[in-house]
Design a protein around this ligand. Structure first.
Ligand SMILES: *[C@@H]1O[C@H](CO)[C@@H](O)[C@H](O)[C@H]1NC(C)=O
Length: 401
């Protein structure tokens, strides 16, 4: 009885104790897993936020030495009268964006700490290339064609300053300037004085024809022969002559690599349907000229980048505040970003990079802002070229990392 009494009630608890031990073990492991997960989450969050918060991790000067030097210091006309430094535009930090999507997002969504301070891409860094590196990157393409308005003309102006290594007159057709123009259109005034900015260089062909010695690329990269050009096309509906000019400009040789940079908006008052129609028309011209079917063969896409317009500055005339003010510009950038995704092309926003920068007429950026934009475009081209290198497993990368 004693035994019975003693054993019987105990049998169940003994069994349940075993089970409870199992349950406890399972619970403990689940809790442990949750805890480990939470800690890992927290660590990765820390890492994420540390990429966006200060202090940023400075780049290793041994790995990116040129980015700690003023790449303009050896340019013509660099001096007390035109003393702009690349170090005022960009400060290298880690990590560099690993691919095209992250690079475009970072460049579109960064900011400055104070007016005209260096621009900091958000989350990961862009590179600041030397002229030689820019020439190598451009040299990967047989054509780089910009299509759009004055903002795009300013970007090609800044690219020309770099490939001609001339801060004073690199962006303009100085070979036909008289002494008055030489005085008026110097340095920053290549951009800020309208009479000068309309005399920007539209194609490398013209430089080769009129002032071949001023082009640094063939000297730095033997055999260099990239056709860098601009087709002005400001408003929708687009005139037939403009479309024909673009069509003629596109080289149809199948083995030639091309990239297109487009920009549109203000001339149609940021009206979305007009801008979408403009974009659609230009893409169709490119695709039909190159016999591409964008949607059916996504792998054969021609690289196309849309750059949306600058932020508005305090000098923007009042009559444009509603249609082309900052609210309209921000919304336009967001809507066009969606449109580019639909069209399967790339997008670079410039609102964030220009909001705290000098906009001399409330619309356009000065030389500094345009040099920065030009370098953003070169970063995009670089990653395109790198992607192609990887598929070809070429032995020598275009730029040493
Ligand atoms: C500016 O940057 C933010 C992130 O910092 C991003 O969300 C936004 O889309 C960017 N562009 C505009 C026009 O706000």
């Amino acid at each position: 009885m004693y035994r019975f009494m003693n054993e019987r009630p105990n049998r169940r608890p003994r069994l349940s104790r075993k089970w409870s031990r199992v349950v406890l073990c399972v619970l403990a492991s689940v809790a442990g897993l949750i805890l480990v997960g939470a800690v890992l989450d927290w660590i990765s969050e820390l890492e994420d936020s540390s990429q966006c918060s200060f202090p940023l991790k400075a780049a290793d000067p041994n790995v990116r030495p040129h980015e700690y030097e003023n790449t303009f210091a050896t340019y013509r006309q660099f001096g007390p009268k035109c003393s702009i430094s690349s170090l005022e535009l960009h400060g290298p930090y880690e990590p560099v964006c690993p691919d095209r999507p992250s690079m475009l997002t970072a460049m579109s969504s960064g900011g400055r700490i104070g007016r005209d301070a260096i621009y900091i891409p958000r989350g990961c860094d862009m590179r600041w290339f030397t002229t030689e590196e820019v020439c190598k990157i451009l040299g990967h393409f047989s054509q780089v064609i910009l299509v759009g308005d004055s903002m795009l003309r300013h970007v090609i102006g800044a690219l020309n300053i770099i490939v001609r290594e001339d801060l004073g007159y690199g962006g303009v057709t100085d070979w036909n300037f008289d002494s008055r123009e030489m005085e008026r259109c110097f340095c920053n005034d290549q951009f800020d004085v309208t009479d000068c900015s309309v005399q920007g260089i539209y194609k490398t062909e013209d430089v080769i024809k009129h002032d071949p010695g001023s082009l640094a690329c063939p000297r730095l990269v033997p055999g260099w022969s990239t056709d860098l050009r601009m087709e002005q096309m400001v408003r929708y509906p687009i005139e037939d002559v403009e479309l024909e000019r673009l069509e003629r400009a596109i080289d149809t040789k199948s083995n030639s690599r091309k990239a297109f940079i487009l920009g549109h908006g203000l001339w149609n008052n940021l009206e979305l349907d007009k801008s979408k129609a403009w974009l659609d028309t230009v893409i169709k011209v490119i695709d039909s000229r190159l016999k591409l079917r964008r949607k059916r063969y996504p792998g054969r896409n021609m690289p196309i980048l849309l750059m949306t317009p600058n932020a508005a500055g305090e000098k923007k005339p009042d009559e444009y505040i509603v249609t082309q003010g900052n609210k309209a510009l921000v919304r336009f950038e967001h809507s066009m970003a969606q449109e580019t995704a639909k069209q399967n092309i790339d997008h670079l926003g410039t609102w964030n990079m220009s909001i705290q920068a000098n906009l001399y007429d409330g619309v356009h950026m000065d030389m500094k802002g345009n040099l920065l934009k030009a370098m953003m475009v070169v970063n995009w081209l670089y990653l395109l070229a790198k992607e192609e290198d990887m598929t070809k497993t070429r032995r020598v990368p275009i730029i040493a990392e």
